[in-house]
Design a protein around this ligand. Sequence first.
Ligand SMILES: NC(=O)C1=CN([C@@H]2O[C@H](COP(=O)(O)OP(=O)(O)OC[C@H]3O[C@@H](n4cnc5c(N)ncnc54)[C@H](OP(=O)(O)O)[C@@H]3O)[C@@H](O)[C@H]2O)[C@@H](O)CC1
Ligand SMILES: [K+]
Length: 514
Amino acid sequence: MKIFSAEQLYEADRITCEKQQISSTDLMERAAGQIFNWLNTRMQGAQVPIHIFCGIGNNGGDGLALGRMLINHGYKVEVYIANFTDKRSKCFLINYGRIKDVTKNWPKLMSGPDDFPEIHPDDIIVDALFGIGLTRAIEGWVKELVLHLNSSPAFKLAIDIPSGLSANGPVLDPEGVVRANHTLTFQTPKMAFFLPKSGQFVPYFEALDIGLDPQYLIETKPMASIVLKPEVKSFYRQRNKYSHKGDYGHLLMAGGNQGQMGAMVLSSQAALRTGCGLLTVHVPKCGLDILQTAVPEAMAQPDLEELTISDIPVNWSPTTVAVGMGMGTKAETAEAIKTLFAQTEQPMVIDADALNLISEHQNMFDSIPQGSILTPHPGELKRLVGEWTDDYDKIERVKQLCEKHQLIILVKGANTLVIGPGLIKINSTGNPGMATAGSGDVLSGMIGSLLAQGYEPIIAAIMGVYLHGSAGNMAATELGFEAVTASEISSRISESFLELFREEAPPQNSGSKE
Ligand SMILES: NC(=O)C1=CN([C@@H]2O[C@H](COP(=O)(O)OP(=O)(O)OC[C@H]3O[C@@H](n4cnc5c(N)ncnc54)[C@H](OP(=O)(O)O)[C@@H]3O)[C@@H](O)[C@H]2O)[C@@H](O)CC1
Ligand SMILES: [K+]
């Protein structure tokens, strides 16, 4: 599912009106009609007071049109207008006129806190103050209005986007954002819904189809897109009946040091469960027995050193390499990584301490094989790209690094981003239970395994992240968030593959975040 910027959505709006020969007020009628249908289906005429708070732009226009439709169907509605300026959009004015035609209870013009209504906890609040046209933080008494709404326990439904959030810009003032329980967004979700600082304001959303021009939506390059099951399923390659283990790649995994051998055990098990044909594990001598006992399927290649990694021989040409898990950052290890990069052309997975070493020796960037996948956790990412000011600055820094060195970098989080040259993919699986030790080692093993099997690097990254999140979801469903461990995620990798091919129930909530 594509994510468009506010600018692209305005353009889609314009082209739709032009091609379908409708006015923007007609489009607003369609949009408000979808919100009305959603509410009406759930409320079935219930006489719960609905308070609709409108701004003076088109988001306010949506609120007015919705108010009229609800009144026409006998609902108990109060409409309020935040009258903080004389400015009004054309569609707002048209709908302001239309609502006055259907009720004597005209919208109440609010010009300060004295006009704020009392809201009963069981009432419903509809937030139509600002939509994607927000250009600055909400200030003055309008911010007080937002605080007033947020102080109410009443259910809050945001139209298009919670007021105070920018569709694709940083959060300007976290206090001045409506804490909506649910957001009904038009056509496609907004970027803000998926990034940590703004996504917290959008616990649930649904995208309502308002019939924007399909050609525009198909042909326009989005700012990002969400990875859902059908896409991952389309990447999956069936196995040939006559294939053998040599057809599924030989992964070399290098890492571990004294006290951190568990990372390599987790990565190795995850790699094998994800399907690579052969796995060789390169560990310091002290890790040999641990690995051979915990992962009997893997071959082990001991380092010259007892406790750390000092050389990673690749003269036997592994299909691909995954390096860095629990590896430590000793000087001899840095040298081993430099040599590994110099001797390897094919893309590899670079994780954990290998990333920390690159951060310390920035000139190593130039020798990373193109197409490699970097899997930093937030701390490692900060060391790689420097301190960011907000989520968008973070994405921009990562994008630049990807472009400059032709790399794929993961930005891990509630919705992990896979960023590659010219592309941002937003993962849709995963849960807070996965914020646990070793979860990242499992992921690196999975991605390395997919890469070894011949999946393109970008596809290996997207698939690995999706399947890892899906395995984590299954673990959380069975165990609860707290009991999810990396081993539990790993043991459900098989389920995550099987789930790809499970029959879907007919969709009820097209864009639900959950
Ligand atoms: N495009 C589509 O696909 C469709 C869009 N539709 C709907 O239109 C919505 C977008 O409407 P919109 O462009 O009129 O913007 P909206 O957010 O209502 O308000 C902008 C006004 O607020 C003002 N303003 C901004 N920030 C402010 C602040 N902090 N404090 C005070 N004022 C502030 C700003 O003033 P300015 O910045 O110009 O000074 C301007 O006057 C969209 O979200 C959706 O609901 C659907 O109906 C149909 C399909
Ligand atoms: K809104």
